[in-house]
Design a protein around this ligand. Structure first.
Ligand SMILES: [Zn+2]
Length: 243
């Protein structure tokens, strides 16, 4: 599997919103600015046939209306299935209708884009696209609920994604069952809603697995680089990792 770290930043840094792309067809999260970022990174947006949404914060789902618009302007042959928390479709509909108030019925644009919303409260070894299976894990994003992490399996390979979360037991399960994990590393020290470098360092030492930081602030990114903390991979936007 090939994992592209499309965006690696938190809201207040120049890096784009946390987002990754697996094998050019499974996108995890689609926050503010991600459609333009994909185009900048020469990704064939129409090849993406699956979008997994971790939770309904704007830096993780706000660009779905622009994905719909993109697929209206540049029609795709394939359908795009969006696996997302319950309530996503209604929220996207409201946002789309506000952004394009000249559209009488947003579902016309949704259907023209060949987009299906598949809302879930749990995914259990769900085949989301040919040969790719997803398990969802509830994670702990403070008072924001629900928030999910995922493990994506293709053959013998597994990629874990934490979404936004402070440390909780399900983070262990994601890391333990994955060959490589992309984890929220917003802070230097763990916070109420996000993990810190201290959490990620502990997980690297415990499991001896590859862990990539994401959702990084300038402080957490620089702290790992300055202190030469081995085992934590600090990606740039657009980097590609072979699993
Ligand atoms: Zn969040």
């Amino acid at each position: 599997m090939k994992v592209k770290t499309v965006g690696t930043g938190s809201i207040s840094v120049k890096e784009r919103s946390a987002c990754c792309l697996i094998d050019e067809k499974i996108l995890v999260d689609c926050g503010n600015g991600i459609v333009k970022t994909l185009l900048e990174q020469n990704v064939d947006v129409n090849k993406i046939d699956t979008l997994l949404i971790t939770h309904l914060h704007g830096d993780h789902f706000a660009d779905i209306p622009f994905l719909i618009m993109q697929r209206n302007f540049c029609p795709a042959e394939n359908e795009l299935n969006i696996f997302c928390p319950i309530g996503t479709e209604e929220n996207v509909g409201k946002i789309f209708s506000l952004l394009y108030s000249d559209t009488s019925d947003w579902t016309i644009s949704r259907d023209r884009a060949k987009i299906n919303f598949v809302e879930f409260d749990s995914l259990d070894n769900k085949e989301v696209t040919n040969g790719y299976f997803v398990d969802s894990y509830l994670v702990d994003h403070g008072n924001f609920k629900p928030a999910y992490g995922f493990v994506i399996t293709n053959g013998e390979k597994r990629v874990g994604v934490s979404g936004d979360s402070t440390y909780c037991e399900n983070i262990d399960k994601i890391v333990e069952s994955s060959d490589i994990s992309i984890l929220d590393m917003s802070f230097i020290e763990s916070g109420a809603k996000h993990m810190g470098v201290n959490d990620i360092k502990r997980l690297v030492e415990k499991y001896n697995k590859k862990i990539i930081g994401t959702h990084m602030s300038y402080a957490s990114r620089q702290f790992v680089l300055d202190n030469n903390i081995g085992g934590i991979i600090i990606p740039n936007d657009g980097d590609v990792f072979e699993v």
